[in-house]
Design a protein around this ligand. Structure first.
Ligand code: PEP
Length: 249
């Protein structure tokens, strides 16, 4: 059985005081939660949030990491620096990194391999644009991003990889994929993992759905066979919206 895994991507929101308050409130309200939880604050908030979630059932994540360990990379943050702060998970290949900041599959793959080499869990985001969906290419796009993102990743490391299927047209737009459409793509991605790593690995890998997940739609999405959790953006910024998602029933 796969555990449900609910992750909050706080994007570029909150001051240290606001982040500490949200983390404290989540830690209190999720302490009896039955699923796996993660919050991914901005780099500048990580130390503050780390102090709050330490020893709780909430993992600490980062929203990105550099593709190199260290050196002359102005503005980048390395996995070594993240590890030093207690970060356990990095989100890589988020659609905002792919499309706004033009990160390509080769760069994302370098980041994935580096993060895994340093012992991190990786949430690899994949997902199609609206025009790609309309052209019937959603599966092909997700397959290519999954295959290229995982190139060179050993089967032994796959247990520390989570895939987040996030249709780009559903992120921050209020539009959600129907549970049936999302499940179909999740099943397809699971099949891609099966081709790469075999049926056992395909059965074990956690595939989160992301794209306007809200308290009102979380349970229907999670009820689908291939949907193992959620990567939540907007609704992760408030306890009132994240907790009902995290405690869906
Ligand atoms: C995200 O940023 O990963 C995301 C899914 O955002 P939202 O929930 O706001 O659509």
């Amino acid at each position: 059985m796969r555990d449900y895994y609910i992750a909050g991507n706080w994007k570029m929101h909150k001051t240290r005081a606001e982040a500490a308050e949200l983390a404290r409130s989540l830690a209190g309200q999720l302490k009896d939660g039955k699923h796996r939880y993660l919050v991914a604050p901005s780099f500048t908030l990580i130390e503050t949030v780390a102090a709050v979630v330490k020893g709780t059932n909430i993992r600490l994540g980062a929203q990105n990491a550099a593709s190199e360990e260290q050196g002359a990379h102005t503005g980048e943050v390395s996995v070594l620096q993240l590890k030093d702060l207690g970060v356990e998970t990095v989100i890589l290949g988020h659609s905002e990194r792919r499309h706004t900041y033009k990160e390509d599959d080769a760069l994302i793959n370098r980041k994935v391999r580096l993060a895994l080499r340093h012992g991190f869990e990786v949430i690899l985001c994949v997902g199609e644009l609206l025009e790609e969906r309309e052209a019937g290419r959603a599966e092909a796009v997700c397959e290519a991003q999954t295959v290229k993102g995982l190139e060179g990743v050993a089967a032994a490391d796959l247990g520390r990889v989570v895939i987040a299927y996030e249709p780009v047209w559903a992120i921050g737009t209020g539009k959600t994929a129907t549970p049936e459409d999302a499940d179909a793509i999740h099943a397809y991605i699971r099949g891609v993992i099966g081709k790469l790593y075999g049926p056992d690995a395909a059965g074990r890998i956690i595939i989160q759905y992301g794209g306007s997940v809200k308290p009102e739609n979380a349970a229907q999405l999670m009820a689908k066979e291939n949907i193992d959790g959620a990567l939540v953006g907007g609704a992760a910024l408030k306890t009132e919206t994240f907790v009902p998602i995290a405690k869906f029933s």
